[in-house]
Design a protein around this ligand. Structure first.
Ligand code: MIC
Length: 656
């Protein structure tokens, strides 16, 4: 019997297509599905287009945690649409204000040994419970809910050995920031990060959630932890001990890659603008004045995180220049914060409490003032993501955030001992948490008679034109490394409500980079039949939003040519019929410019027959050159892409 690590055990027990050979495509059975509302409206439309009768997964939950600001009818209409879809298709429904999907799923539904796909890049947080949980585009989640296998490139498994114990004032967030400091935002691409070692015994399940959640920021396919006594304790505290099974790596198992972190050696860390990978010790940037601190998000969702912030500010007042925003991550956590006095400690110190949800993490309110620094316990700080142009968002632990709220400047929390004679607060997890399921609506036995409630902002899925053989189209944008999904299609309170309205949301495509893009794309679509864009490494890092592929497609995007892609983005482009092509050399990237014309001939056959794809480049100044590009699509993806993407494939399969 082969000795397996946890990731291999999870995949092997769910493998339905392919073999566990890194780099090859595998298909796995999916037990659980997680939908959030900003991607879920499209998924519900896709489930309707597929003619789904009832979800085939063991558990499928539609969460409402993004579009929570009801400044007009749009989000409120979406909430009703999502409820009707959940009831029609047999999904749980987590009502607005119930909480952020990832911690709520962990509290109420997560089970060791299960697989999950989620229409949110941070779905990987469920790896904290010994699950194989993968963030992906909504269409892939819809397919899984309909009972299809989930297809993914078999990743390598990096064993991350944790040894020793965290020093005072250093917490789980600093562990994942250390991984980002060492490996950067594409260091996890094509990998599963599996944590093991004696350091695990001092990490709670929610600490593990913090680490697994931000594995997304390294581009990792997912992160996994073993299911051990701590997992059992957590499930017991959620009145779900019966859901526990042990799941640990076999003695003598192998990892494809190795990393080790000595927890005793860690110091408080912080990610500087505008990348989660721009990590330095807090001490290096201490003293900078700040205007805001935000505690919350799925990247620090645990009761301990809020309790710690409360214990640090207890009986003190925050600095007058600082807006101290608290985003509880679930109603259940609010109730427990009241019970353990964290709520009172925070309020008395000057905190502003908001409803439980993602909120400022995706620019849904709490935008910082211009030219001010905002410290957040969140996972991302891509340009303008907070809702403020040229924002300065730093990512840190609750300890660093609370210490800085007291002093009004970036502060190393270890300095509180000297500043205030404060010793490190010692958190003790409650045996049993107060359980609150008030805003969780169970699936109906038979929802077939439920009508989908579609308000005026919910538009039908677009028709996707299949790929043609020949194109002669302009390069509308040339971009660099690590272009984020927030730069391709921004989040935030202004744009997010249009996620169910493709014609409208497409007007915001690439506006963070070039606000002329929409007009130029529409002109190019009518004059040349489309366009391409080019980029360097790790194109479209970050979010699972398939809108970052669908909106450009709607504007006529034929292909992207990049040096490399973020995993989810690469899959989403293919799903929507946009060719994810790759430069073979960096020199070719250097040769092509924005405004050039590129032409492809015999494209469909070259894609199908895996021939080298020739790109001819020309411009009005007489440039004439040619180079080859490649793709790494699987046979399945090629077939799907030649039909115009997964929607057309489903329509054909279901005779829609
Ligand atoms: C994010 O954190 O970027 C988001 C907003 O949750 C996205 C999902 C979305 O764009 O709706 C994600 O992480 O997938």
């Amino acid at each position: 019997m082969k000795a397996y690590n946890v990731a291999q055990k999870l995949i092997d027990s769910h493998l339905v297509i392919g073999e566990m050979i890194p780099g090859s495509e595998i298909g796995i059975k999916i037990d659980q599905a997680l939908l959030q509302d900003a991607t879920g409206t499209l998924v519900q439309l896709e489930l309707e287009a597929m003619g789904l009768k009832k979800a085939k997964t063991e558990v499928a939950v539609q969460y409402v945690d993004h579009n929570l600001l009801q400044t007009d009818f749009k989000n409120a209409d979406d909430h009703l649409f999502l409820l009707s879809g959940a009831q029609r298709f047999g999904l749980w429904y987590s009502r607005p204000g119930n909480g952020v999907s990832h911690p709520v799923h962990m509290e109420r539904f997560g089970k060791p040994g299960k697989t999950l796909v989620g229409s949110d890049s941070h779905s990987c947080a469920a790896g904290s419970l010994g699950m194989l949980a993968i963030g992906t585009g909504g269409l892939d989640v819809a397919a899984a809910i309909a009972g299809e296998p989930y297809f993914v490139t078999m990743p390598k498994v990096m064993g991350v050995k944790l040894t020793g114990k965290l020093p005072d004032w250093v917490s789980a967030k600093d562990i994942i920031l250390e991984m980002l400091r060492r490996h950067g935002v594409k260091g996890g691409v094509g990998k599963i990060l599996e944590y093991y070692g004696d350091g695990l015994k001092n990490l709670s399940a929610m600490d593990r959630h913090v680490i697994a959640n931000m594995g997304a920021e390294l581009g990792a396919t997912t992160s996994v932890f073993p299911s051990d006594d701590e997992t059992k304790r957590f499930l017991r505290s959620q009145a779900r001990e019966e859901d526990w099974i042990e799941l640990v790596a076999d003695e003598g198992c192998n990892y494809d890659l190795h990393e080790e972190i000595r927890l005793d050696e860690l110091v408080p860390l912080i990610a500087q603008p505008t990348s989660p990978g721009n990590v330095v010790p807090v001490s290096e940037v201490a003293g900078k004045p700040i205007g805001q601190v935000v505690i919350g998000s799925s990247a620090n969702p645990g009761l301990r995180d809020f309790w710690m912030a409360g214990a640090i500010v207890k009986d003190r007042s925050i600095d007058n220049e600082v807006s101290f925003d608290i985003n509880p991550t679930s109603r259940q956590i609010i109730q427990n914060m009241i019970d353990n006095r964290a709520f009172a400690n925070l309020i008395k110190a000057g905190a502003r409490f908001h409803q439980s949800g993602c909120m400022g993490c995706i620019g849904m309110g709490q935008a910082p003032a211009s030219d001010t620094i905002s410290l957040r316990t969140m996972p991302r700080n891509f340009p303008s993501r907070s809702g403020t142009e040229d924002d300065q968002v730093y990512l840190c632990s609750p300890e660093t955030a609370a210490a800085s709220a007291l002093t009004g400047k970036i502060t190393d929390p270890r300095g509180l001992e000297k500043l205030f004679g404060m010793s490190y607060p010692q958190y003790v997890s409650p045996e049993m948490e107060i359980i609150n399921t008030q805003l969780l609506v169970a699936p109906l036995e038979d929802g077939s008679q439920i009508e989908l409630k579609k308000g005026p902002n919910i538009k039908a899925l677009p028709h996707i034109d299949p790929l043609e053989d020949n194109y002669e189209v302009p390069v509308l944008l040339k971009m660099g490394d690590n272009v984020s999904t927030d730069e391709i299609l921004k989040a935030g309170a202004e744009v997010l409500p249009f996620r169910s309205n493709l014609p409208e949301i497409s007007k915001y495509t690439f506006t963070v980079i070039d606000d002329s893009f929409y007009d130029r794309a529409m002109e190019s679509k009518s004059q040349h039949g489309g366009h391409i864009v080019v980029a360097k490494e790790n194109y479209a890092q970050g979010s699972s939003r398939e809108h970052a592929a669908l909106a450009p497609k709607y504007l006529g995007q034929v292909a992207v040519i990049a040096l490399s892609y973020a995993r989810i983005a690469w899959q989403n482009l293919a799903n929507f019929g946009v060719l994810p092509l790759e430069f073979i050399t960096i020199e070719d990237y250097d040769k092509i410019e924005q405004g050039d014309t590129v032409s492809f001939k015999n494209l469909r056959n070259d894609i199908k027959d895996r021939n080298p794809i020739k790109v001819k480049v020309s411009n009005d100044s007489g440039k004439k050159l040619e180079f080859e590009v490649k793709h790494t699509l699987s046979d399945r993806q090629i077939n799907m892409l030649l039909k115009g993407g997964i929607i057309n494939e489903f329509k054909a399969k279901l005779n829609l």
